[in-house]
Design a protein around this ligand. Structure first.
Ligand code: MEV
Length: 433
């Protein structure tokens, strides 16, 4: 690894994939074996895949890109992204470069506390059951710790209980028990579910009721991460507009996502483009992250933006993002999938909180990139160039001619699969002569 490596890797996108891998491997200190796995494009052995899930018949690949230029909490970072959508990696690297000179992104996070839910039904007296369970709080938490195993030795374990009487539901009244469990560097789904199942008999005997659901909540709102960034509006430019005009338009776009769920869904999708891509690369459960993010976005009854952008009286543009981020650096696929371990090494993360903070910064940067493009020239020009490459590939263009076919599609302004197929056919015809 290079001492104090910078994440500023100018011209990375102009290198061919092998050179790019060498450059990143050098900065991230990847071993020959790790380079080999990435170079072969076969990061997951089909036999291992067969042990990860049932009925596996193969391995489904995704491109793994690197967004350079990141600084989060003063640390230089290369961000690995597993994603099929063009533009996301380039947009993220550009956004990170724009914020570099202003110090990059700041991020923080809560303790890694997950919520387990137990639904108690057929309880004769809900209020008596509630006070009985609260009185036995210490015993319940001790039982939970005994079930949580090694996480307690690592500083985690059961923290507290919260009880809610739900007087009415389609199946009658119920008592809901929330148990809060610090999962340290694990995402914690298995841990929380085991604890919930394990303490259910005790709660049944304390309440006189029947435990039905015993499972974590993916609205992990005790485990949130936040990111923040700022830069002088004058430093933005593009599309023939000055920096202040761009910043104003960007805040106008952001304002719509604060009041309108249709726009908020798209705004948040842009945030999740970055967050999910890191989650996939790092072997994390992105469906859980998505579920938590959107439930959080709707927490007060109306769905709204996860982030906010505003201008202050000194013409500084500020952005902030907050969302639940239940992620892990141990357990699950993080250690089983060889590429996930490599992604975590490239990120250089030391804990689940560290990973969550980086992901929040990535989400905010991705959001900035989308809003800036939307507020200036729109996203289609950049997007279509990359889309043209995908069409060229889909039309069967050989690797060495993808750039040429895509360039022709863009130049003639006719970026359609049929046109790409015609160009590939014409090229084959020429070559066969
Ligand atoms: C596309 O994947 C994401 C965007 O639609 C996000 C946004 O509109 O903010 C560009």
């Amino acid at each position: 690894m290079i001492a104090n490596p910078s994440s500023r890797l100018p011209g990375l996108h102009r290198l061919d994939p092998a050179e790019r891998l060498e450059r990143v491997a050098e900065v991230a200190g990847l071993s020959d074996a790790e380079r080999g796995l990435l170079a072969e494009g076969a990061g997951l052995d089909p036999l291992l895949a067969g042990q990860m899930i049932e009925n596996s018949i193969g391995v489904f690949g995704l491109p793994l890109g690197i967004a350079p230029n990141f600084i989060v909490n003063g640390r230089e970072l290369l961000v690995p992204l597993a994603i099929e959508e063009p533009s996301v990696v380039a947009a993220l690297g550009n956004a990170a470069r724009i914020f570099r000179d202003a110090g990059g992104f700041r991020a923080d996070s809560d303790e890694p506390v997950m919520i387990g839910q137990l639904q108690l039904l057929d309880v004769a007296d809900l209020e008596t059951a509630r006070t009985g369970i609260l009185r036995a709080r210490d015993e319940i938490l001790a039982r939970a710790d005994a079930l949580a195993g090694s996480i307690v030795a690592r500083g985690g374990g059961a923290r507290d209980l919260d009880l809610r009487v739900i007087p009415q539901s389609p199946v009658g009244p119920m008592l809901l028990v929330h148990i809060f469990i610090d999962c340290r560097d694990a995402m914690g789904a298995n841990l929380v579910n085991s604890v919930c199942e394990g303490i259910a008999p005790l709660l049944e005997s304390l309440s006189g009721g029947r435990a039905n659901l015993r499972i974590l909540s993916n609205l992990s709102d005790r485990r949130r991460a936040r990111a923040y960034c700022a830069l002088p509006a004058a430093e933005l430019d593009g599309g023939g507009l000055d920096g202040l005009a761009i910043a104003k338009r960007l805040t106008e776009a952001s304002a719509l996502a604060e009041v309108d769920p249709w726009r908020a869904a798209t705004h948040n999708k842009g945030i999740m483009n970055g967050i999910d891509a890191v989650a996939i690369a790092a072997g994390n459960d992105w469906r859980a992250i998505e579920a938590g993010a959107h439930a959080w976005a709707a927490r007060d009854g109306s769905y709204r933006a996860l982030s906010r952008w505003w201008l202050d009286e000194n013409e500084i543009l500020h952005g902030s993002l907050e969302l639940p981020l239940a992620v892990g650096t141990v357990g699950g696929a993080t250690r089983v999938h060889p590429l996930a371990a490599i992604a975590l090494k490239i990120l250089g993360v030391s804990s689940a909180r560290d990973l969550a903070e980086i992901m929040a910064a990535v989400g905010l940067a991705q959001n900035f990139a989308a809003l800036r493009a939307l507020a200036t020239e729109g996203i289609q020009r950049g997007h279509m160039n990359l889309h043209a490459r995908q069409l060229a590939l889909a039309a069967g263009a050989p690797q060495e001619h993808v750039g040429e076919i895509a360039g022709t599609l863009v130049a003639c302004g006719d970026i359609r699969l049929q046109r790409a197929q015609e160009l590939v056919a014409a090229m084959e015809e020429r070559n066969s002569r």
